[in-house]
Write a protein that binds this ligand. Structure first.
Ligand SMILES: Nc1ncnc2c1ncn2[C@@H]1O[C@H](COP(=O)(O)OP(=O)(O)OP(=O)(O)O)[C@@H](O)[C@H]1O
Ligand SMILES: [Mg+2]
Length: 384
């Protein structure tokens, strides 16, 4: 089955009620099709694969499918297969016996056992190691699995929802993903289009995000020009990026009227900066080139800092309200290039990149050209 499919005979009223109940905002044809599909598949036990770019709402949809299913009162366990270190993913999913590996002091149930009767959400399924994929296929085919360190097959009655922002077909071609598991998963594939392909949903999303604000900020008024600017933006970070912009504005702006100029500041802050082309990209580059680019990037940052200082001084001189930049967190990553180890520089670059993408590890890992798992490990190693 390839979803979304049309002609499901779902009334506008039913769809609206469903969306409200599950917090799915949007009136575009694309979102309607997604909603119609989940209304149709939710009550079944069918495995669902949700695909879409980062921030498009895959997790929102997964939760809605569980909440609208007959398993709603049972457990829903989300597992980020991309962030759990490779060595422990299998024991997290399937459990382990005492003594199965160093550190396994007790027998432990895995998520499949814990979710018995409920739903498991395998997020970032595209990042699952091949060895674990075989075991996932088995549990999907006949509900059977084995704890690490045991040869006794166990059974769990678990509905599986999986999600990825990777092109799994491409992963299969490059032998990183098993074809049999791919075929098994995509029996129902819900594709969530990027926000730039359903711009009509933007005003509704903005309204919904503003309604979630504290009472004091709920009366923020977005002018028509400002809304048009939001509609024109390309939203590479999709709905998550839009939510971040609205939240930042509500926290950092003092006035209640948000015009195009205000929006411009925040959209600029969210866009990859012009000088990002000077960030080191190690592929095919000598370390000397990469180092030069890093120095150049840090100089550009210094210049941006100086420019804001100039603006502030000018504001003070003219007794204007201060034009503070939107993001004001202390930036400990801005360190000089002297007397630092390569590790310190790496930690600083990672911290900076995480901030740049508002803590979104996927986007940060992509920008750094490392896997999310490697990023996760480094975050832990450096205590970031
Ligand atoms: N249709 C929607 N209605 C309301 N909020 C939404 C919608 N889609 C996404 N969001 C919000 O956008 C943010 C990102 O959504 P979500 O975490 O589901 O995205 P994702 O596709 O799982 O992202 P990632 O691939 O990075 O994990 C969340 O705050 C979520 O509440
Ligand atoms: Mg997600």
């Amino acid at each position: 089955m390839d979803f979304p499919s049309g002609d499901l005979n779902i009334s506008a009223g039913d769809r609206h009620t469903f969306q409200k109940r599950h917090g799915i905002v949007g009136r575009s044809t694309e979102i309607r099709e997604v909603v119609d599909t989940i209304m149709q598949v939710a009550p079944t036990d069918i495995t669902v694969l949700i695909t879409g770019e980062s921030g498009t709402g895959k997790e929102v949809i997964a939760r809605a499918i569980h909440a609208a299913s007959s398993r709603a009162n049972r457990k829903y366990i989300p597992v980020n297969c991309g962030a759990i270190p490779e060595g422990i993913l299998e024991s997290e999913l399937f459990g382990h016996e005492r003594g199965a590996f160093t550190g396994a002091v007790d027998t432990r149930k895995g998520y499949f056992e814990l979710a018995d009767g409920g739903t498991i959400f395998l997020d970032e399924i595209g990042d699952t190691p091949i060895s674990t994929q075989v075991k996932l296929l088995r549990v999907l085919e006949n509900g059977e699995f084995m704890r690490v360190g045991s040869s006794e097959p166990r059974r769990a009655n678990v509905r599986v929802i999986a999600a990825t922002n990777k092109n799994l077909q491409e992963e299969v071609r490059s032998k990183r993903f098993r074809q049999d598991l791919f075929f098994r998963l995509r029996s129902v594939n819900i594709r969530i289009p990027p926000l730039r392909d359903r711009r009509g949903d933007i005003p509704l999303l903005v309204e919904a995000f503003l309604a979630e604000m504290d009472d004091a900020r709920r009366d923020i008024m977005i002018t028509d020009d400002a809304m048009n600017a939001l509609m024109r933006h390309s939203w590479p970070g999709n709905v998550r990026e839009l939510r971040n912009v609205i939240e930042s504005i509500s926290v950092l702006e003092r006035g209640n009227v948000v015009d195009e100029q205000v929006i411009g500041k925040y959209l600029h802050a969210m866009e990859p900066h012009l000088d990002d082309r000077f960030l080191p990209v190690h592929l095919g580059k000598t370390s000397e080139q990469a180092e030069r680019e890093l120095i150049f990037h840090l100089l550009m940052e210094l210049k941006t800092g100086m420019d804001s200082l100039h603006r502030l001084v000018e504001d003070l001189r003219q007794q204007r309200p201060l034009s503070l930049p939107p993001r004001e967190e202390p930036d400990e990553s801005r360190i000089s290039l002297e007397n630092h180890t390569l590790q310190q520089m790496e930690a600083a670059l990672i911290a900076h990149t995480l901030r740049r993408f508002h803590g979104n590890r996927r986007l940060a890992a992509e920008a750094l050209d490392i896997s999310e798992r490697t990023l996760y490990r480094k975050i832990k190693d450096y205590g970031l």
